[in-house]
Design a protein around this ligand. Structure first.
Ligand SMILES: [Fe+2]
Ligand SMILES: [Fe+2]
Length: 190
């Protein structure tokens, strides 16, 4: 994700490694929300023609959700309540609601979530290799799929309005960089 304007903060990886069971529960919810979000996007008139692609993403995310649930089960970690993410709610609050162009903002927010997931799964895949090879392989196996979701959502937005997507992407990339730097100590991926 070379277009992202801020690096993942240095305290993120140690926080993930110190809280792996909670991180896996958070990850399960992230995949669940990714599946429902893909279906939610189908309500926009501008995306009626993309319903098959969005369903394919929803199915893939649901499969990821199942894979994380299976991991939780194998490790005896109970599925539990999600922690809200200040970064995700910060992005979502900036969506211009009730306007025709809401669809562009919604797609860009989804793309940034997918893009940051792709980036963070890559870091986890690399970092976990030495002490949790199963988890390392699992995270590495998700990188390509989340990267494709990122690209698909950006392309969907550009197909609706290229200039508006460039403008709003500029805005949301600044917002992402600002939000990701805000410190917190929650055991959540985002
Ligand atoms: Fe996923
Ligand atoms: Fe995804």
């Amino acid at each position: 994700m070379e277009m992202l304007r801020a690096k993942v903060p240095d305290d993120w990886l140690p926080r993930m490694l110190a809280n792996l069971p909670a991180v896996l529960v958070d990850h399960a919810h992230l995949e669940r929300k990714a599946a429902t979000t893909a279906i939610t996007l189908e309500r926009y008139r501008d995306l009626f023609g993309r319903v098959d692609e969005l369903n394919a993403i929803a199915i893939e995310e649901l499969q990821h959700f199942q894979l994380v649930l299976a991991l939780l089960k194998r490790r005896g970690i109970p599925f539990a309540q999600p922690h809200p993410s200040p970064w995700i709610s910060g992005l979502m609050h900036a969506m211009r609601k009730g306007m025709r162009m809401q669809v562009i903002d919604h797609l860009i927010c989804c793309a940034l979530i997918e893009g940051r997931s792709c980036e963070k799964f890559q870091l986890l895949g690399r970092e976990l290799q030495s002490h949790d090879p199963e988890l390392a392989a699992f995270y590495a196996s998700l990188v390509e799929s989340e990267g494709n979701h990122y690209a698909t959502y950006i392309l969907m937005a550009r197909a609706i309005d290229d200039a508006e997507t460039t403008r709003r992407l500029d805005y949301f990339l600044d917002l992402d960089a600002e939000l990701i730097r805000q410190p917190h100590d929650l055991p959540i991926l985002h």
